[in-house]
Design a binder for this molecule. Sequence first.
Ligand SMILES: NC(=O)c1ccc[n+]([C@@H]2O[C@H](COP(=O)([O-])OP(=O)(O)OC[C@H]3O[C@@H](n4cnc5c(N)ncnc54)[C@H](O)[C@@H]3O)[C@@H](O)[C@H]2O)c1
Length: 390
Amino acid sequence: MKPDIFKVGIIGVGYIGKIHLEELSRVEGVEVTAIADSDIELAKKIGKNFGIKKVYSNRKELVNDSDIEVIHNCTPNNFHFEVNKEVMESGKEIFSEKPLALNADESRILAETAREKGTITGINFCYRYYPVIQEAAYRIRSGEIGDVHTVLGHYLQDWLLYSTDYSWRLDPKFSGRSNVMGDLGSHWCDLVQFITGSRIKEVMAELRTVIPKRQKPRDRSTLTFSDRVSEDSRKIDIKLDDYGAMMIRFENNARGTFTTAQVCAGRKCNIDVQIYGTEKSLAWNHERASELWIGKRNEANEIFFESPLLQNESTRHYATLPSGHPMGYRDAIVNLFRDYYKAIRDKREGHKTASNHPDFIAGHNEMLILEAALESSKQGVWTEVRYNDF
Ligand SMILES: NC(=O)c1ccc[n+]([C@@H]2O[C@H](COP(=O)([O-])OP(=O)(O)OC[C@H]3O[C@@H](n4cnc5c(N)ncnc54)[C@H](O)[C@@H]3O)[C@@H](O)[C@H]2O)c1
């Protein structure tokens, strides 16, 4: 029977888990009825503030809760594999935070399990869901800028600038073999492949640790992006990257370059994408996320502002505010959630979905790109991304 409301559980209600919780309240036909966090005090506080019926300290209780149909996995990276797998094996649908797992062996198993079980999977590559990003992808598909030959960009932040800044993301036990290239690089690579419609084929990468020693708090004193400096800390060696760069060859023969770092003072969440075609150019920067720059050779350049009236028919539903009202990060996440839940609804109603949201195959492909980058950085050579057929 078709349910009217999907009952949803969230595992991990730290920084991003709380955003999932808040933004799911804007998605039609969805109700968060359970949360789980190993920090039970945090979970209880959030449960109380948001009126959540069930609050668990052990995630397995949530996975085994037969009322729940869909789970959002918002735990740190080292739990992604086991939680995602447990959820699929329980027969529930799963929406995971990125990166999909700690390495490509794990992410391949997750993509295969999803196929075997017919699970509707999603992964939070949310930047695809700004209205003008969808518009840019449409314009490239429709041939407006000609053949894409060059893709440039960066993703820069500054929250790890000082040696007193610390995050679990710098610990291989939680993050795997990469910090910034996995964390921010995965978003940028997903974004440019989505916009251009072309996969990354080969990379020549360099990963580097700009700050090799940091003060690590002895307690679990900071959630992500907190500005609190712990008074009780010890100096430790940092092995993972806080800087990374790649030259890229795309499958359509375009070339690109990408730089990422979390140590660039003043850059908070500066995502930059520039796409050059044989007729026109497109550019987008996250600091002006409502605007798409269109570069022309023989006419004045143009700035296209997101619009439910002026975007192409196929993308205008992502611009959910009246023209002139800028949308933001949270709106992009809601757009992604809506596409994801549409896919679940289509499955329940027995038809193939047209939803093109990022799924576990997209998550696995990002892990393959990351592994190619790690290999390239180690060997100092161009390295091919070895995609699987699913
Ligand atoms: N898509 C995005 O834009 C985006 C942004 C931020 C974070 N993320 C991803 O989200 C994940 C979480 O990051 P965060 O910044 O929210 O971290 P965080 O440290 O702020 O929160 C993680 C939460 O998970 C809880 N937790 C840890 N282990 C658990 C377990 N075994 N069971 C239940 N709860 C557990 C912690 O107590 C904490 O409350 C990471 O994988 C990160 O890469 C994605």
